[in-house]
Design a protein around this ligand. Structure first.
Ligand SMILES: Cc1ncc(C[n+]2csc(CCOP(=O)(O)OP(=O)(O)O)c2C)c(N)n1
Ligand code: SF4
Length: 254
């Protein structure tokens, strides 16, 4: 078959459809897609697609590596933060956004988050908190709730043995210098989440300091929950442990 015949066989799609939508690879009901949709809308609203470098981590976050029509890098646990830092330092005009899970950001790669905070790097970190290591099958993460059963805590997380759930945005607020922005959002409040992400990106664009948004996110596959149970765990149990709101910068009282 000649090349021209192959080309004719491809269905013609409207130009706008091809540019604006792309199927994602997450499980049904996953929160990652909502966080990334909010980020995509923010990028469009701020007109920064050509300056964006999207740096995703290992974990389910990496399923977003080719989601955006922008430059990108995929890294290992928490290394999205220093890679974004290097890119930003080399070219301050870039908008560098590191995207990761709670396992990557708060456990195996926690040192990178801490050091970027202390140096108040002019980058943005978005972190999905789904209370487990999702991609590898649901092991306990620093954010797993007390009593939460996971693959590596079959009797539930024990406060005495495994400590208390990690409070990332509060830590970021405490150890960053002036000009930093830190907030906790939830996929259950989409408009608020998007407004925090926008403030974080604007904080970077204005060169004010480090910016960070943790998003409470759903993982029905590893939680083994139906839609109703997923929403209840996200809003009630996670919401009680992890208070949503701005922790530094924005409208909060510093
Ligand atoms: C340095 C390193 N250690 C361990 C792994 C194995 N690993 C891949 S994904 C993953 C879990 C990621 O969990 P999290 O960061 O919470 O992201 P999620 O999948 O929940 O979105 C692990 C442990 C790895 N790829 N690299
Ligand atoms: S395993 Fe969990 S975090 Fe990963 S894509 Fe599925 S629902 Fe999302």
């Amino acid at each position: 078959m000649s090349e021209s015949k192959v080309v004719k066989a491809v269905p013609k799609m409207p130009q706008s459809w091809r540019q604006e939508t792309k199927a994602h690879k997450f499980c049904p009901g996953c929160g990652h897609g909502m966080i990334l949709k909010a980020l995509g809308e923010v990028v469009d609203e701020l007109g920064i697609q050509d300056r964006l470098v999207f740096v995703c981590d290992i974990g389910c976050s990496l399923l977003a590596w080719d989601l955006f029509n922008a430059d990108g890098v995929q890294t290992h646990h928490g290394r999205a933060t220093p890679v974004a830092t290097g890119l930003k330092r080399a070219n301050p005009d870039l908008i560098c956004i590191a995207y990761m899970g709670d396992g990557g950001g708060y456990a195996i790669g926690a040192q990178h988050l801490v050091n970027a905070c202390v140096r108040n790097e002019r980058i943005t970190v978005l972190l999905a908190n789904n209370t487990n290591y999702a991609m590898t099958g649901g092991q306990m993460a620093p954010t797993s709730l007390i009593g939460q059963k996971t693959e590596t805590s079959p009797y539930g997380r024990d406060l005495a043995k495994q400590g208390s759930p990690m409070k990332g945005p509060e830590m970021v607020a405490a150890i960053t210098g002036p000009g930093a922005y830190s907030a906790r959002a939830t996929v259950a409040k989409y408009k608020q989440m998007k407004s925090y992400i926008k403030k974080a990106v604007l904080n970077q664009m204005e060169g004010r300091g480090f910016s960070f948004v943790e998003c409470l996110s759903a993982c029905p596959t590893n939680w083994k929950t139906n839609a109703k149970q997923t929403w209840a765990f996200l809003e009630e149990q996670m919401g009680a442990e992890f208070p949503v709101g701005e922790k530094k910068g924005g409208d909060c009282n510093e």
